[in-house]
Design a binder for this molecule. Sequence first.
Ligand code: SAH
Ligand code: MG
Length: 249
Amino acid sequence: MTPPVAGARAVRLLEAARAAKGFMPDDEGVVLAHLAGLVAAAGCATIVEIGAYCGRSALYLAAGLAGAGGQAGAGGQAGVGGQAGVGARRAPGPPDGCVVLSVDHHHGSEENQAGWEHHDSALVDPRTGRMDTLPAWRATIDDAGAADLVIGIVGDSQLVAAHFPGEAGLVFIDGGHSSEAAWTDYRSWAPKVADGGYLAIHDVFPDPDEGGRPPYELYVRALACGAFEEVGAVSKGSLRVLRRVRPGI
Ligand code: SAH
Ligand code: MG
């Protein structure tokens, strides 16, 4: 059971998330918002999402942060009555509160490439002929006025992890679904979940007829290793939410 996300700014961000291009179903996105709110309320500074695409799931997370107040609240005050993208500018001062680090190389997963099921030709850069979701991601975040809550990190998830020495209150894995990509994300990022923090994995399908195996295999491993327990009351659809109960993976 997830309580409704509260506050005017949070509601605006939820609406923007719903309108954004992407793969996150609304009921699962609302779970992400709820988790982000929990993490922010617990005083944790960082949420990491692997797999930004066009910014949809990042806005659900941002909505949760906005609902939790803190830095998000400050941006919300400034944003009241303002134009989207303008009002959300942070007041000068030291960084505080919780942010989402939204990681993606923005060249799409295997399944986003031309000829695959989840290809969108509108996201191809005509200059290079490659997928490039970064312009769409930026427009989504800026138009929603969420630039103080979501920081884009453009790069390969494993490389970013190697240069991210810290811990995260929530790691949300929604990157490539090939076996190699998914396991690399798990090995790179699951160890960074803080004590008591959350590991959320998207596209977990126990029934192979419903979807690919790798995210499910990660989920099974995370539970089997004893470091995580499922928060069954929060998991929704293919979004499985685990909580760190012991160190290691
Ligand atoms: N969370 C998004 C969907 C993500 S789709 C939403 O709510 O709509 C998966 C994304 O993972 C793609 O944008 C792809 O570019 C990214 N991705 C795949 N492999 C990656 C890697 N190794 N490093 C960084 N990003 C990767
Ligand atoms: Mg997904």
